[in-house]
Ligand binder design. Structure first.
Ligand SMILES: *[C@@H]1O[C@H](CO)[C@@H](O)[C@H](O)[C@H]1NC(C)=O
Ligand SMILES: *[C@@H]1O[C@H](CO)[C@@H](O)[C@H](O)[C@H]1NC(C)=O
Ligand SMILES: *[C@@H]1O[C@H](CO)[C@@H](O)[C@H](O)[C@H]1NC(C)=O
Ligand SMILES: *[C@@H]1O[C@H](CO)[C@@H](O)[C@H](O)[C@H]1NC(C)=O
Length: 369
């Protein structure tokens, strides 16, 4: 009995919830044999309880290792909120013979979906051959918190992996749960009416996927809304951020839409994000919401253009101000915002810059005021 109580006590005090802020902590430093950009597009997952430890972080990224063998998504694990990392597993293409190349995304099921219990860890990513002839968004699942992985389903198949209007690739998966179904969002160049649009498909079992539903599909063919990420707000609404190639502000300005359902973003208008002090975020945004920062909590948006982040404490209500907050993190293409368990610290994870020859995967903690 005493032993059990001691064990429970040890488990509860060992759950690390805050960490002394750190800057540019290395998650993975690629060997010189890696092909430029070596690493890019980092993503993490916070797992509250993984059976062995609490508040576990997993990280993955685009990993430009020499081929053969085909590229894969590495999974690294941290049990100290990102202060140290160890290699944990690899997610490898078992279906196409192409490799898992671009745009990984990690997600933990919040409820049972089909035969997959709550707590199953998903990885969605873009399987692409070395010659970039095809794009294929595939989903893999781990029944044991990232230790082992199995293929689940193909979601969307597209043409060559080149971001030119008129070609037909698919890109950049993002997952959420709504009404007991999984929603998988992605960028889609296959619709002849749109150089690129944002769309989603819904599944109740992760195996079969419903029709393509538009989220942002703009009337001008050459416009390129891209890179869906979504956060749920405490008023029951959802915020979608995206880069807008063709925006009147220029340079893939970051836009957002707020909708009462994450399935109906297509019916609401988008607005640009611009800080009250004038900063205009552009390219590859990432959004998260934390309960910290007052009655509305805080929406936090990172973008490729800035080392700082853009925050809003008014639920992104129309006309509400965005504030630019400096950080010590470096810029990264599609730098991720991860809310840590204390809600007043965020982890910014980057895989480096587009074309960067010295990229590595790093994390920085921002302490929120
Ligand atoms: C991932 O795969 C690479 C290449 O095969 C291998 O060197 C590495 O040890 C693997 N990592 C893990 C954690 O299994
Ligand atoms: C590109 O690679 C794929 C997969 O290996 C192959 O099927 C295809 O024939 C290649 N295409 C060209 C043009 O080489
Ligand atoms: C919460 O957001 C609303 C707008 O949605 C705003 O009017 C209000 O001032 C905000 N409250 C706080 C405490 O910031
Ligand atoms: C940036 O680093 C400096 C020097 O270590 C530190 O004093 C400052 O608080 C940091 N700023 C942020 C926003 O974390």
């Amino acid at each position: 009995m005493t032993a059990i109580l001691l064990l429970l006590w040890a488990v509860s005090v060992c759950a690390l919830t805050t960490v002394p802020p750190y800057t540019g902590r290395t998650i993975f430093s690629p060997p010189s044999s890696y092909i430029v950009p070596r690493t890019l597009y980092a993503r993490t997952l916070l797992i509250p309880q993984d059976g062995a430890d609490q508040n576990v972080l997993l990280a993955t990224w685009e990993n430009y290792s020499p081929e053969p063998p085909h590229v894969w998504f590495p999974i690294f694990r941290s049990v100290d909120l990102g202060q140290t990392w160890t290699p944990f597993s690899n997610v490898t293409d078992t279906q196409n013979g192409w490799g898992l190349r671009y745009q990984p995304f990690l997600y933990e099921l919040t409820e049972t979906i089909g035969t997959f219990p709550a707590g199953t860890v998903l990885l969605a990513g873009n399987s692409i051959p070395t010659n970039l002839s095809n794009t294929q968004i595939d989903v893999y699942a781990s029944p044991d918190k990232g230790r082992t992985w199995k293929f689940v389903s193909h979601v969307a198949a597209g043409g060559e992996a080149i971001p030119d209007n008129g070609l037909t690739p698919v890109w950049e998966p993002f997952i959420t749960t709504f009404n007991h179904q999984i929603v998988l969002y992605y960028s889609d160049q296959r619709d002849p009416l749109h150089g690129q649009k944002l769309a989603h498909q819904v599944s109740s079992n992760l195996l079969t996927w419903g029709p393509i539903v538009n989220d942002v599909a703009l009337p001008t063919f050459s416009d390129r809304p891209g890179m869906t990420t979504i956060a749920q707000l405490p008023n029951g609404k959802y915020i979608l951020t995206y880069e807008y190639g063709g925006a009147p502000e220029g340079g893939f300005a970051v836009y957002f839409r707020v909708s009462s359902s994450p399935l109906t973003f297509d019916s609401v208008a988008g607005s640009v994000i611009r800080a009250a002090t004038g900063e205009l975020p552009t390219s590859s945004p990432n959004v998260a919401w934390t309960a910290h920062g007052g009655a509305n909590g805080t929406i936090i948006v990172s973008a490729n253009s800035h080392t700082g982040v853009f925050v809003n404490t008014a639920l992104a209500a129309p006309g509400s101000p965005w504030t630019y907050v400096a950080t010590n993190a470096t810029r990264s293409y599609t730098r991720e915002v991860r809310i840590l368990p204390s809600n007043n610290q965020i982890l910014l994870t980057g895989g480096g810059t587009l074309g960067g020859s010295a990229n590595s995967v790093t994390g920085t903690i921002l302490q929120l005021p």
